[in-house]
Design a binder for this molecule. Structure first.
Ligand code: ATP
Ligand code: LTN
Length: 327
């Protein structure tokens, strides 16, 4: 059976791009693959985090994943720091990656430019991400488009390691959706919607008040002419709304565009589709937050299951690398 692995950082409230670009595919992958999903708290540490907030965000993110439809009976759901093998493999992969290839990562360039403090972890982050994936003999990784380059690096590291030390890792394939892989900020449609960037009017949160969601979509920046056409380059604002509506309804954005002659009608329908996508998630979320011990038990079981696989793969890595066995 195909094995699927993916992760999400507890760096802020989950936004619509996370849902449409990644999380809803995690849910549907459960029907056809063995699925492992991880709240990657160690990745969040690449930028400074408040300890109290990090702790509560990690738990709440796990609860939101459950509310979205991650089923602990079918998926392994766990917190990255509960499985220490991730950091051990990360070090090994840091020693497999070249300085130059990490320096070329666009996410590092984006997040380090203008930052007051740039941690070494922000630089080596893609090696930890590769460790997350390779530790589970992952076949397929469902992510949004912004992770394409990191996935390519994970593949390169796996191939390089296998070449140097003999067949060790499964080389993973990225799985990036056709629609919704890059949801853009509603106010700045040339940059991606993000949970840690400060753009409250341009970001839709999955747990946001639904009236506010509709209002933000209706106030989204559109383009200067009035034609409704799907063209990411020339009409980023309108195309973003068409992509969002398309991701919610399943109809192609080019086809949706032919039905509208006014921005206002498109915005109204987009707002309704997003509100109806979020409503059931928000309803279910309340039931999970009411039971934090239940969530903790799910995460403990998830970590135990994840660890059973991770230790096996790491043993193979240690053996092939030539690390002396203890005892
Ligand atoms: P941060 O702003 O802290 O970097 P983020 O919002 O980009 O966070 P992540 O935790 O890094 O979210 O990503 C979780 C998943 O959501 C990844 O698969 C990522 O590719 C996807 N994703 C994030 N933003 C978008 C977006 N705007 N459109 C589509 N997918 C997205
Ligand atoms: N780097 C990713 C989050 C992430 C991830 C992973 C995704 C960390 N480890 C393993 C897929 C597989 C991000 O910034 N969105």
């Amino acid at each position: 059976m195909t094995r699927v692995f993916s992760g999400i950082k507890p760096t802020g409230p989950v936004q619509l791009g996370n849902l449409l670009g990644a999380l809803r595919h995690w849910v549907s992958d459960q029907d056809e693959a063995e699925t492992i999903f991880c709240v990657v708290d160690l990745h969040a540490l690449t930028v400074p985090q408040d300890p109290t907030e990090l702790r509560s965000r990690t738990l709440e993110l796990a609860q939101l994943l459950l509310a979205i439809g991650i089923d602990p009976n079918r998926s392994t759901l766990f917190v990255q720091s509960h499985v220490p093998e991730h950091t051990e493999l990360s070090w090994i992969l840091e020693c497999t990656a070249a300085f130059g290839e990490l320096r070329r990562m666009t996410q590092f360039k984006d997040k380090s430019t203008d930052a007051e403090f740039v941690s070494a972890g922000l630089f080596t982050y893609p090696a930890l991400m590769a460790a997350d994936i390779l530790l589970y003999d992952t076949d397929r990784v469902p992510v949004g488009d912004d992770q394409r380059q990191h996935l390519e690096l994970a593949r390169d590291l796996a191939i390089r390691f296998n070449h140097r030390y003999g067949d060790t890792f499964v080389v993973p394939e990225p799985s990036i959706p056709k629609v919704g892989a890059r949801v853009m900020d509603l106010q700045h449609p040339t940059r991606k919607m993000s949970k840690s960037d400060e753009s409250p009017q341009g970001t839709i949160l999955v747990l946001e008040d639904l009236a506010s969601v509709a209002k933000k979509i209706k106030r989204a920046v559109t383009d200067t002419d009035t034609e409704v056409r799907f063209d990411m380059e020339a009409k980023p604002g309108v195309s973003n709304l068409l992509s969002i509506l398309s991701a919610c309804t399943g109809e192609a954005p080019e086809v949706i565009a032919t039905r509208y002659s006014r921005y206002g009608d498109l915005k109204a329908d987009c707002a309704e589709a997003v509100v109806e996508t979020l409503r059931p998630i928000q309803d279910r979320y309340a039931t999970y937050t009411a039971d934090p011990t239940g969530t903790a038990a799910i995460l403990a079981l998830g970590a135990e299951r994840a660890r059973a696989t991770a230790t096996g793969v790491l043993a193979r890595v240690r053996q092939n690398l030539g690390l002396l066995p203890a005892g």
